[in-house]
Design a protein around this ligand. Structure first.
Ligand code: HEM
Length: 510
């Protein structure tokens, strides 16, 4: 989910500047003519051709910090020109409501992808990358109705229960081996990933296969991370090695994942042959999927892409939420005590269960505040308009990137009291409320809003509730090294994770 994360050394910068300047004179006239015709939202003046690309790269800041700075200068809707790509960034609740809800169909598409992404998305054959249209509708409907509906969600309760038990066991044994300390993100990611894997493939995988699958998907995410030539295609000839490498990573991904797809196929064809096979999986819904406007069902390569999307969507996002959540519980021991008290009074000596969560007012307030203050992604996925339009009096051309900067809304002092403060009580006292689906008003939208809202919202919140509740029920969490202060700086790594990965001290409560 990262936007721009490349960095340039000064040598790279000089080299690129020389190359690019060769093209500048030729293209300047064309560029200024295009600019004159459009009334784009304001933004920092850029260089011809490269636009604001090098200004951003030289700022040395992660993109979300650069955007925050630009927002202060240029306001709630501004333009950045990143080479050939124009980005319009929205950070205001009423503009986002107008664009993504009131005029939702118009703003519901996705822009063209760079060539590397096209390889991995099988030419946009995924829910997240498909243009707004029949392919997107078929894929999304299938994912929502067959996997993420509340009925389906209930059916996978036992998968979640055993993943939670395994999470607690992993934390216990890691703590035993490392003087009572554990890495939080790694364990939370593993738990979320194990649940999604089982839902996706419906067959048992040993720990080694899970780790290998995770490694491959991480390599894919790194490979599709934007490069400078995605913004300046003129430089593509200098990146042929990277293109070859991308094809090789794709081959490795397909070879590995197809093995599991075939195992599931065999298990369905010969019932009883694989004792670990569950009665239902995401793959089963895809094998015979009819997609509007297509004659054939998805081929193996497309199945690999669709499964990878399912796994990626909910792994880093959920893991990141848990890492920030545990960090806040350590930094605010009184909040941790209140949460533990609520767990005790709800479940007593028995294990906390999913059905308990709806009664747990404090847990719900804590998770809402967590998603407000630390949305796992600071930008929604990139939107694009179906046809050129205007917003706030400015032109929004078809095909440009429309980005939504989420903290611009969830930390807006005009709609929140003391927005920088982490305060779950804001949702208990009745002073403030927010609907995370955005239906009854846009105040915090960690899952996006409108037609493209995250279809995993319901499942993801259950995962976050359950993981936090079980982790606090079993362990008391404190800082490592003991007494040290938590550093709340973030860095972009697909999601916005803690800059200093959280290592915590745990004490088993019983
Ligand atoms: C805490 C966890 C999660 C967070 C914070 C999160 C956040 C988001 C956000 C911000 C978007 C972009 C919405 C937009 O384009 O406006 C999104 C889209 C999406 N998410 Fe999630 N997500 C989470 C978990 C999940 C899970 C568990 C799944 C599924 C297994 C999932 C699958 C997707 C898909 C398929 C899309 C694309 C939707 C579309 O383009 O129609 N996400 N998510």
């Amino acid at each position: 989910m990262s936007l721009i994360s490349f960095s340039l050394t000064s040598l790279d910068f000089t080299f690129l500047a020389v190359i690019v300047s060769g093209f500048v004179l030729i293209l300047t006239r064309w560029n200024s003519k295009t600019k004159k015709r459009l009334n784009l939202p304001p933004g920092p003046p850029g260089w011809p051709v490269v636009g604001n690309l090098f200004q951003f790269a030289r700022s040395g800041k992660p993109f979300f910090e650069y955007a925050e700075e630009m927002k202060k200068t240029y306001g709630p809707i501004f333009t950045l020109r990143m080479g050939t790509r124009t980005m319009i960034i929205l950070s205001d609740a009423s503009l986002v409501r107008e664009a993504l809800i009131q005029r939702g169909a118009l703003f519901a598409s996705r822009p063209a992808e760079n060539p590397t992404r096209t390889i991995f998305s099988c030419n946009k054959f995924t829910v997240n990358a498909a243009k707004y249209g029949p392919v997107w509708r078929s894929l999304r409907r299938n994912m929502v109705q067959n996997m993420l509906s509340s009925t389906r969600l209930k059916e996978f309760g036992s998968v979640r229960r055993s993943a939670m038990d395994k999470l607690i066991e992993r934390i216990k044994s890691e703590a035993k081996e490392h003087d009572g300390t554990v890495w939080v993100l790694r364990n939370a990611r593993f738990a979320a990933f194990s649940i999604l894997l089982e839902m996706c493939f419906g067959i048992h995988m040993d720990e080694e296969s899970i780790e290998k699958m995770d490694e491959i998907l991480k390599t894919v995410l790194m490979t599709v991370d934007p490069r400078i030539d995605d913004y300046l295609p003129i430089l593509a000839p200098f990146f042929s090695k990277e293109r070859k490498r991308a094809l090789q990573v794709r081959r490795e991904q397909v070879d590995f994942v197809v093995g599991f797809i075939e195992r599931r196929r065999r298990a369905i064809r010969n019932p009883g042959s694989d004792k670990t096979a569950s009665s239902f999986s995401y793959l089963d819904t895809l094998f015979d999927l009819k997609v509007e406007g297509r004659e054939t069902t998805p081929c193996n390569e497309e199945l690999v892409t669709l499964c990878s999307e399912f796994l990626n969507g909910g792994t880093d996002t959920t893991g990141t939420a848990i890492e920030w959540g545990i960090a806040q519980l350590i930094a605010n021991p009184e909040i941790q005590s209140r949460l533990y008290d609520e767990i005790r009074s709800t479940a007593g000596d028995r294990r906390i269960e999913e059905k308990d969560v709806e009664k747990m007012v404090f847990l719900q307030a804590f998770v809402k505040e967590l998603l407000r203050k630390h949305p796992p992604t600071y930008f929604s996925l990139t939107h694009a308009v179906m046809e050129t339009t205007t917003l706030a009096g400015y032109d929004i051309p078809a095909g440009v990137n429309v980005e939504v900067y989420l903290p611009g809304i969830s930390e807006d002092p005009r709609i929140w009291t003391n927005p920088k403060k982490f305060d779950p009580d804001r949702f208990i006292s009745g002073k403030e409320d927010a609907d995370i689906t955005g239906i009854s008003g846009v105040k915090m939208i960690p899952f996006g809003v409108g037609r493209r809202i995250c279809p995993g919202l319901g499942m993801a919140t259950v995962h976050v509730y359950l993981m936090l509740a079980r982790m606090v029920q079993e362990f008391e969490w404190s800082a490592y090294p003991p007494g040290s202060e938590i550093d709340f700086a973030g860095k972009l790594e697909f999601t916005v994770v803690m800059k200093n990965p959280l290592r915590a001290t745990v004490k088993h409560r019983v």
